[in-house]
Structures are given as C-alpha cells and as structure tokens.
Write a protein that binds this ligand. Structure first.
Ligand code: NDP
Length: 246
C-alpha cells in the first residue's frame, strides 16, 4: 500500500490517539499538534513505548497563523500532507439563555473555525498533487441538537456545510471530503458528564453501551483508504444506533 503523510489535529486526546494509531498501523507517517509542551512530550513518550513514532508540532488550531505554521512544520518534517483529520474539539456546555459570549466563541473557534485554519494551508498542495483525504470529526449532536449545547451543535452542524462545499469544489482534484459523526464515546469529554446523565444516555443507545475511540478510528481508516476515492460529501454515523435516519 502507499504510505502517506497524515495530520490529525487533537491527536493527543481520547479519540485522536486512536486515530493516530489506526493511521500509523495502516503504514502512514502521522503527525499531530500540541498546546502544552510537557503534556505533549509525555504523550509522545507513551506512544513511543507502544511502538508508534508520531511527529508532534506546536499549534493552537484557533489561530490561523499557528495553524499554518504547524502545517508547514509537518511538511518540513514528513513531507506534503495527504490525509487531514480535523478532530480537535471542545465543549463549553450551558443552556443558551445563560450562555456567555466566550462559551459561544471558544466552541465555534475550536470546532469550526479550526477547519478553515488548518485545511486552508493544506488544500492547495492536495489539489496540485491530485490526491487528498479530508475528514471532519463532527458529532451526533450536530445532527440532532442537544440540550445545553447550542454552541457545540452549531459548530458541529457547520462542519457538514463546510464538508459538502469542499467536496464539490475539490472532487475533480482527487480529494475526498467527509464527516464522521461519533455518538457518545468513552473519553474524558463524556466521562466528565455527571454519572446519572451518562446512565440516561447509555439507556437510550440501542447497543446499550458507549462507543470506543477505536470504533471511530476504524471509520477514519475506512474513509482515508486508497479505495475510498468515490466516497465524498458523505457523513458516516458511528453511534451504536443512537441516531438513525436524517
Ligand atoms: P479530548 O478532549 O479527549 O481531545 C481533544 C483534543 O483536541 C486534545 O488533544 C486537545 O488538546 C485538542 N484541542 C482542543 N482545543 C485545541 C486547540 N485550540 N488547538 C489545538 N488542539 C486543541 O476529546 P475527544 O477525543 O473526546 O474528542 C475528539 C473529537 O471528537 C472532538 O472534535 C469532539 O467534539 C468529537 N466528539 C467526541 C465525542 C465523544 O463522545 N468523546 C462524541 C462526538 C464527537 P489539549 O490537550 O491541548 O487540550
């Protein structure tokens, strides 16, 4: 198989780590970003101990300048980026009638504006080379909405509009652009939800359990595959049946 260069934003997080490992296991050279040097080095050492050699560069995805610098650094270290996974994300939950402006802008900047900031410096090279895979990690709540998550649902829904427009613009350049909508996954983000709320969520999932980061990473590997060239402008729901249909 062809070994490609992949950049996974937020690769040190719960789902991100599984995506990094999946792409590395597929034979790709993988990079991610960090904000906190100490935390990042510890993560990199842990990955090394598990046999994964991951390039890690500094970059806050909410800053267009830092995002571009991060992309250029990855290119200098590993070569042109063929696979981009826009995975970095945060929540700042609260009912809308009490939501502060910074709860809104932090979430829109991190989950949605980051897609512009990171994809913009990557896509020209993909267009020139006539090959690319761009995958946004959206959310089930971007499809169905969620109490206390007007900011997050708006950002995640926005990723779909971004995806399908980019898919149209770049289809003739060999670039596929897709989203994955994870349901509730057992990562820090979800484990931070109060236990009684989590129990209600699980009770509502047809498979009767939370998903695993590896189950999301499997979807990323599928969409990033050489043979997935005719899958573009799609959304892949991976949610244990929690939200079906449109
Ligand atoms: P984590 O909180 O475990 O990881 C988030 C990652 O994003 C971390 O590496 C974090 O880095 C990074 N990040 C956050 N803000 C920035 C920033 N401004 N610049 C650079 N990196 C940043 O989250 P998950 O792994 O659970 O989630 C990953 C993605 O999946 C997110 O987009 C999330 O919305 C989505 N998702 C998650 C679900 C779940 O159930 N967990 C369900 C549906 C979607 P740092 O360590 O520096 O904070």
């Amino acid at each position: 198989m062809t070994s490609r260069v992949a950049l996974v934003t937020g690769g040190t997080g719960g789902i991100g780590t599984a995506i990094v490992k999946r792409l590395a296991n597929m034979g790709h050279r993988v990079a991610t970003n960090y904000r906190n040097e100490e935390k990042a080095r510890a993560w990199q050492e842990k990955m090394k101990a598990e046999g994964f050699d991951v390039a890690i560069v500094k970059g806050d995805v909410t800053s267009p300048e830092e995002a571009e610098a991060m992309v250029r650094e990855v290119e200098a270290m590993l070569g042109p980026i063929d696979i981009l996974v826009n995975n970095a994300g945060i929540t700042r939950d609260g009912t809308f009638h009490r939501m502060k402006a910074d709860q809104w802008t932090d979430v829109i900047n991190t989950n949605l504006n980051s897609c512009f900031n990171v994809t913009r410096p990557v896509i020209e090279g993909m267009r020139e080379r006539k090959w690319g895979r761009i995958i946004q990690i959206s959310s089930i709540n971007g499809l169905k909405g969620q109490y206390g998550q007007a900011n997050y649902a708006a950002a995640k829904a926005g990723m779909h509009g971004f995806t399908i427009s980019l898919a149209r613009e770049n289809a003739k350049n060999g670039i596929t652009v897709n989203t994955i909508c994870p349901g509730y996954i057992a990562t820090d983000m979800v484990m931070a939800v109060p236990e009684e709320v989590r129990a209600k969520i699980v009770a509502d999932i047809p498979t009767g359990r939370l998903g695993t980061p590896e189950e999301i990473a499997y979807g990323v590997g599928f969409l990033a595959d050489e043979q997935a060239g005719w899958i573009t402008g799609s959304n892949l729901d991976i949610n244990g049946g929690h939200h079906m249909g449109w």
